[in-house]
Design a protein around this ligand. Structure first.
Ligand code: PMV
Length: 299
Protein backbone atom coordinates (compact mmCIF):
# COMPACT_ATOMS: atom_id res chain seq x y z
CA UNK A 1 0.00 0.00 0.00
CA UNK A 2 1.27 3.52 -0.84
CA UNK A 3 -0.26 6.79 0.38
CA UNK A 4 0.60 10.05 -1.38
CA UNK A 5 -0.89 13.51 -1.27
CA UNK A 6 -0.74 16.56 -3.54
CA UNK A 7 -1.83 20.20 -3.02
CA UNK A 8 -4.39 22.38 -4.77
CA UNK A 9 -3.53 25.74 -6.33
CA UNK A 10 -4.70 29.28 -6.89
CA UNK A 11 -3.95 31.57 -9.81
CA UNK A 12 -2.55 34.79 -8.32
CA UNK A 13 -2.32 36.49 -11.73
CA UNK A 14 -2.84 35.88 -15.42
CA UNK A 15 -5.51 33.19 -15.83
CA UNK A 16 -7.06 33.14 -19.34
CA UNK A 17 -4.18 35.30 -20.63
CA UNK A 18 -1.89 32.23 -20.19
CA UNK A 19 -3.97 30.43 -22.80
CA UNK A 20 -2.61 33.02 -25.30
CA UNK A 21 1.05 32.64 -24.30
CA UNK A 22 0.99 35.48 -21.74
CA UNK A 23 2.53 35.01 -18.28
CA UNK A 24 0.53 33.55 -15.40
CA UNK A 25 1.47 33.12 -11.72
CA UNK A 26 0.03 30.22 -9.71
CA UNK A 27 0.72 29.01 -6.18
CA UNK A 28 0.33 25.71 -4.34
CA UNK A 29 -2.04 25.96 -1.35
CA UNK A 30 -2.33 23.91 1.84
CA UNK A 31 -5.54 21.89 1.24
CA UNK A 32 -4.56 18.51 -0.23
CA UNK A 33 -5.89 15.39 -1.84
CA UNK A 34 -4.77 12.08 -0.23
CA UNK A 35 -4.63 8.96 -2.36
CA UNK A 36 -4.04 5.36 -1.28
CA UNK A 37 -3.08 2.80 -3.93
CA UNK A 38 -2.88 -0.94 -3.31
CA UNK A 39 -1.72 -3.82 -5.48
CA UNK A 40 -4.74 -6.13 -5.66
CA UNK A 41 -5.34 -9.30 -7.63
CA UNK A 42 -8.89 -8.27 -8.60
CA UNK A 43 -9.14 -4.44 -8.57
CA UNK A 44 -12.68 -3.00 -8.48
CA UNK A 45 -13.98 -1.25 -11.62
CA UNK A 46 -12.67 2.30 -12.01
CA UNK A 47 -15.25 5.10 -11.69
CA UNK A 48 -13.29 8.25 -12.60
CA UNK A 49 -11.76 8.89 -16.05
CA UNK A 50 -8.76 10.56 -14.35
CA UNK A 51 -8.03 7.45 -12.26
CA UNK A 52 -8.60 5.11 -15.19
CA UNK A 53 -6.15 7.13 -17.31
CA UNK A 54 -3.55 7.18 -14.48
CA UNK A 55 -3.47 3.36 -14.32
CA UNK A 56 -3.48 3.10 -18.11
CA UNK A 57 -0.49 5.48 -18.47
CA UNK A 58 1.46 3.58 -15.78
CA UNK A 59 0.59 0.18 -17.34
CA UNK A 60 -0.54 -1.44 -14.06
CA UNK A 61 -3.77 -2.14 -12.21
CA UNK A 62 -4.70 -1.67 -8.57
CA UNK A 63 -7.26 -0.27 -6.17
CA UNK A 64 -7.42 3.39 -5.15
CA UNK A 65 -9.02 5.32 -2.30
CA UNK A 66 -9.28 9.15 -2.29
CA UNK A 67 -9.71 11.55 0.60
CA UNK A 68 -9.92 15.20 -0.51
CA UNK A 69 -9.77 18.50 1.36
CA UNK A 70 -10.38 20.32 -1.94
CA UNK A 71 -13.85 21.01 -3.35
CA UNK A 72 -14.16 19.81 -6.97
CA UNK A 73 -15.04 22.08 -9.95
CA UNK A 74 -14.16 25.17 -7.95
CA UNK A 75 -11.00 26.42 -9.69
CA UNK A 76 -8.66 25.08 -6.99
CA UNK A 77 -7.04 22.35 -9.06
CA UNK A 78 -8.62 19.30 -7.42
CA UNK A 79 -8.53 17.10 -10.53
CA UNK A 80 -4.82 17.88 -11.02
CA UNK A 81 -4.11 17.09 -7.35
CA UNK A 82 -5.97 13.75 -7.63
CA UNK A 83 -4.03 12.92 -10.79
CA UNK A 84 -0.62 13.88 -9.36
CA UNK A 85 -1.18 12.04 -6.06
CA UNK A 86 -2.54 8.94 -7.84
CA UNK A 87 0.38 8.74 -10.29
CA UNK A 88 2.84 9.25 -7.40
CA UNK A 89 1.20 6.50 -5.33
CA UNK A 90 1.11 4.08 -8.29
CA UNK A 91 4.78 4.87 -9.00
CA UNK A 92 5.65 4.05 -5.40
CA UNK A 93 3.42 0.99 -4.90
CA UNK A 94 4.62 -0.67 -8.13
CA UNK A 95 8.25 0.60 -7.83
CA UNK A 96 8.19 2.09 -11.33
CA UNK A 97 11.05 4.54 -10.71
CA UNK A 98 9.54 7.65 -12.33
CA UNK A 99 11.05 11.02 -11.34
CA UNK A 100 9.04 14.00 -10.11
CA UNK A 101 9.47 15.60 -13.56
CA UNK A 102 8.02 12.43 -15.15
CA UNK A 103 5.02 12.60 -12.78
CA UNK A 104 4.36 16.26 -13.68
CA UNK A 105 4.59 15.42 -17.38
CA UNK A 106 2.36 12.32 -17.13
CA UNK A 107 -0.19 14.20 -15.00
CA UNK A 108 -0.44 16.89 -17.68
CA UNK A 109 -0.96 14.19 -20.35
CA UNK A 110 -3.74 12.61 -18.25
CA UNK A 111 -5.52 15.97 -17.72
CA UNK A 112 -5.16 16.90 -21.38
CA UNK A 113 -6.60 13.60 -22.62
CA UNK A 114 -9.48 13.49 -20.14
CA UNK A 115 -10.32 17.17 -20.80
CA UNK A 116 -10.19 16.75 -24.62
CA UNK A 117 -7.07 18.88 -25.07
CA UNK A 118 -8.27 21.76 -22.88
CA UNK A 119 -5.64 21.86 -20.13
CA UNK A 120 -2.60 23.99 -19.43
CA UNK A 121 0.30 22.41 -17.51
CA UNK A 122 -0.21 24.95 -14.69
CA UNK A 123 -2.31 22.90 -12.26
CA UNK A 124 -0.38 19.66 -12.62
CA UNK A 125 3.02 21.39 -12.41
CA UNK A 126 2.10 23.40 -9.30
CA UNK A 127 0.53 20.36 -7.65
CA UNK A 128 3.65 18.25 -8.31
CA UNK A 129 6.23 20.79 -7.13
CA UNK A 130 4.30 23.22 -4.88
CA UNK A 131 5.53 26.82 -4.40
CA UNK A 132 4.93 29.77 -6.71
CA UNK A 133 5.34 29.22 -10.43
CA UNK A 134 5.55 31.64 -13.35
CA UNK A 135 4.15 30.07 -16.51
CA UNK A 136 4.91 31.70 -19.83
CA UNK A 137 4.49 30.06 -23.24
CA UNK A 138 5.84 26.55 -22.74
CA UNK A 139 8.18 27.51 -19.90
CA UNK A 140 7.75 27.27 -16.14
CA UNK A 141 9.93 29.06 -13.59
CA UNK A 142 9.71 28.64 -9.83
CA UNK A 143 9.60 31.99 -7.99
CA UNK A 144 10.82 32.44 -4.40
CA UNK A 145 8.17 31.29 -1.87
CA UNK A 146 6.22 34.04 -0.11
CA UNK A 147 4.37 34.15 3.17
CA UNK A 148 1.00 35.21 1.71
CA UNK A 149 -2.06 35.07 3.95
CA UNK A 150 -4.88 34.08 1.66
CA UNK A 151 -8.58 33.59 2.10
CA UNK A 152 -10.28 31.70 -0.70
CA UNK A 153 -14.00 32.11 -1.22
CA UNK A 154 -15.77 29.28 -3.01
CA UNK A 155 -19.03 30.58 -4.52
CA UNK A 156 -20.34 26.98 -4.63
CA UNK A 157 -21.44 27.82 -8.20
CA UNK A 158 -19.77 25.07 -10.22
CA UNK A 159 -18.11 26.16 -13.44
CA UNK A 160 -16.65 24.54 -16.52
CA UNK A 161 -13.10 25.65 -17.31
CA UNK A 162 -13.48 24.42 -20.91
CA UNK A 163 -16.67 26.48 -21.37
CA UNK A 164 -15.12 29.66 -19.98
CA UNK A 165 -11.96 29.25 -22.13
CA UNK A 166 -14.17 28.79 -25.19
CA UNK A 167 -16.27 31.84 -24.28
CA UNK A 168 -13.15 34.04 -24.16
CA UNK A 169 -11.91 32.55 -27.46
CA UNK A 170 -15.23 33.40 -29.16
CA UNK A 171 -15.19 36.94 -27.74
CA UNK A 172 -11.62 37.36 -29.03
CA UNK A 173 -12.56 36.15 -32.52
CA UNK A 174 -15.53 38.52 -32.66
CA UNK A 175 -13.85 41.55 -31.06
CA UNK A 176 -10.05 41.27 -31.25
CA UNK A 177 -9.65 45.04 -30.85
CA UNK A 178 -11.34 44.85 -27.46
CA UNK A 179 -10.05 41.52 -26.16
CA UNK A 180 -6.37 41.75 -27.20
CA UNK A 181 -5.74 44.99 -25.26
CA UNK A 182 -7.38 43.40 -22.18
CA UNK A 183 -5.04 40.39 -22.48
CA UNK A 184 -2.08 42.80 -22.92
CA UNK A 185 -3.14 44.68 -19.79
CA UNK A 186 -3.37 41.40 -17.81
CA UNK A 187 0.16 40.61 -19.00
CA UNK A 188 1.39 44.03 -17.83
CA UNK A 189 -0.25 43.56 -14.41
CA UNK A 190 1.24 40.06 -14.02
CA UNK A 191 4.76 41.24 -14.93
CA UNK A 192 4.47 44.32 -12.67
CA UNK A 193 3.23 42.20 -9.75
CA UNK A 194 6.53 40.30 -9.64
CA UNK A 195 8.32 43.50 -8.63
CA UNK A 196 6.10 44.08 -5.60
CA UNK A 197 5.82 40.57 -4.09
CA UNK A 198 7.17 41.93 -0.79
CA UNK A 199 4.76 44.88 -0.72
CA UNK A 200 1.41 43.22 -0.05
CA UNK A 201 -0.57 46.44 -0.28
CA UNK A 202 0.67 47.11 -3.83
CA UNK A 203 0.28 43.45 -4.73
CA UNK A 204 -3.35 43.61 -3.57
CA UNK A 205 -3.94 46.62 -5.81
CA UNK A 206 -2.67 44.63 -8.81
CA UNK A 207 -4.94 41.73 -7.86
CA UNK A 208 -7.88 44.17 -7.87
CA UNK A 209 -6.90 45.40 -11.35
CA UNK A 210 -6.53 41.81 -12.59
CA UNK A 211 -10.04 41.10 -11.27
CA UNK A 212 -11.57 44.04 -13.15
CA UNK A 213 -9.81 42.93 -16.34
CA UNK A 214 -11.23 39.41 -15.93
CA UNK A 215 -14.68 40.97 -15.48
CA UNK A 216 -14.09 42.87 -18.74
CA UNK A 217 -13.23 39.56 -20.43
CA UNK A 218 -16.70 38.36 -19.40
CA UNK A 219 -15.71 35.64 -16.92
CA UNK A 220 -17.25 37.29 -13.85
CA UNK A 221 -20.31 36.09 -11.96
CA UNK A 222 -22.58 37.97 -9.52
CA UNK A 223 -21.62 35.57 -6.72
CA UNK A 224 -17.91 36.20 -7.35
CA UNK A 225 -18.47 39.98 -7.36
CA UNK A 226 -20.24 39.72 -3.99
CA UNK A 227 -17.40 37.74 -2.39
CA UNK A 228 -14.68 39.98 -3.87
CA UNK A 229 -16.43 43.14 -2.61
CA UNK A 230 -17.05 41.61 0.82
CA UNK A 231 -13.37 40.59 1.17
CA UNK A 232 -12.13 44.05 0.18
CA UNK A 233 -14.55 45.77 2.59
CA UNK A 234 -13.39 43.47 5.40
CA UNK A 235 -9.80 44.64 5.03
CA UNK A 236 -8.19 42.48 2.33
CA UNK A 237 -5.28 44.11 0.48
CA UNK A 238 -6.86 42.89 -2.75
CA UNK A 239 -9.21 40.25 -4.11
CA UNK A 240 -9.85 38.63 -7.46
CA UNK A 241 -11.38 35.72 -9.32
CA UNK A 242 -9.01 32.73 -9.30
CA UNK A 243 -9.14 30.23 -12.16
CA UNK A 244 -11.60 30.19 -15.02
CA UNK A 245 -14.39 32.25 -13.38
CA UNK A 246 -18.09 32.11 -14.21
CA UNK A 247 -18.51 30.65 -10.70
CA UNK A 248 -15.80 28.73 -8.87
CA UNK A 249 -13.61 30.67 -6.46
CA UNK A 250 -12.07 34.03 -5.63
CA UNK A 251 -8.92 34.69 -3.63
CA UNK A 252 -8.12 37.54 -1.25
CA UNK A 253 -4.66 38.61 -0.05
CA UNK A 254 -5.02 39.71 3.57
CA UNK A 255 -3.08 41.23 6.43
CA UNK A 256 -2.58 38.38 8.94
CA UNK A 257 -4.81 40.12 11.49
CA UNK A 258 -7.74 40.45 9.03
CA UNK A 259 -7.92 36.82 7.89
CA UNK A 260 -10.80 35.77 10.11
CA UNK A 261 -12.75 38.98 9.41
CA UNK A 262 -12.37 38.43 5.66
CA UNK A 263 -13.37 34.75 6.03
CA UNK A 264 -16.43 35.82 8.06
CA UNK A 265 -17.43 38.37 5.40
CA UNK A 266 -17.19 35.67 2.70
CA UNK A 267 -19.29 33.24 4.74
CA UNK A 268 -21.77 36.09 5.37
CA UNK A 269 -22.30 36.29 1.59
CA UNK A 270 -23.00 32.53 1.32
CA UNK A 271 -19.46 31.66 0.21
CA UNK A 272 -17.36 28.85 1.66
CA UNK A 273 -14.16 30.37 3.06
CA UNK A 274 -10.81 28.56 3.15
CA UNK A 275 -8.04 30.34 5.04
CA UNK A 276 -4.69 29.17 3.73
CA UNK A 277 -1.05 29.87 2.92
CA UNK A 278 1.56 28.59 0.48
CA UNK A 279 2.39 24.90 0.06
CA UNK A 280 6.03 24.43 -0.83
CA UNK A 281 6.19 20.63 -0.81
CA UNK A 282 4.09 19.55 -3.78
CA UNK A 283 3.47 15.80 -4.03
CA UNK A 284 4.36 14.10 -0.74
CA UNK A 285 4.57 10.55 0.56
CA UNK A 286 2.37 10.02 3.61
CA UNK A 287 2.92 7.53 6.38
CA UNK A 288 1.02 4.31 5.64
CA UNK A 289 -0.37 3.93 9.10
CA UNK A 290 -2.05 7.33 9.08
CA UNK A 291 -5.59 5.85 9.23
CA UNK A 292 -7.19 9.24 8.53
CA UNK A 293 -6.05 9.16 4.92
CA UNK A 294 -6.07 5.48 4.07
CA UNK A 295 -9.65 4.38 4.78
CA UNK A 296 -11.15 1.48 2.89
CA UNK A 297 -9.78 0.68 -0.55
CA UNK A 298 -12.04 0.75 -3.60
CA UNK A 299 -12.45 2.83 -6.70
O1 PMV B 1 -10.43 27.09 -13.18
P1 PMV B 1 -9.10 26.47 -13.31
O2 PMV B 1 -8.40 26.31 -12.02
O3 PMV B 1 -9.11 25.22 -14.12
O4 PMV B 1 -8.15 27.52 -14.09
C1 PMV B 1 -8.28 27.77 -15.45
C2 PMV B 1 -7.25 28.75 -15.89
C3 PMV B 1 -7.33 29.13 -17.34
O5 PMV B 1 -6.28 30.05 -17.58
C4 PMV B 1 -8.65 29.82 -17.67
C5 PMV B 1 -7.18 27.94 -18.27
C6 PMV B 1 -5.82 27.27 -18.21
O6 PMV B 1 -5.77 26.08 -18.61
O7 PMV B 1 -4.82 27.90 -17.84
Amino acid sequence: MAVWSAPGKVFLFGEHAVVYGKPGIAMGIKPRVYVTVRKTRHPPRVKSPYLEMCFEKMGVNGSVYIHSQLPSSSGLGSSAAVTVATLSAINDEFSLGHSRDDIAHLAFQVEKEVQMGRASPTDTYVSTFGGIVLIMGGTKRRLPPQDFHLVIGNTMVSHSTAKMVEQVATFREEDPNIVNPILDAIEAVTLKSMHVFNDHRSLGRYMDINHELLEALGVGHPSLTRLVMAARSAGAYGAKITGAGGGGSMVALCPKRSKSKVAGAIEGCDGKAITTTIDTEGARKESEDDRKHTGKAGR
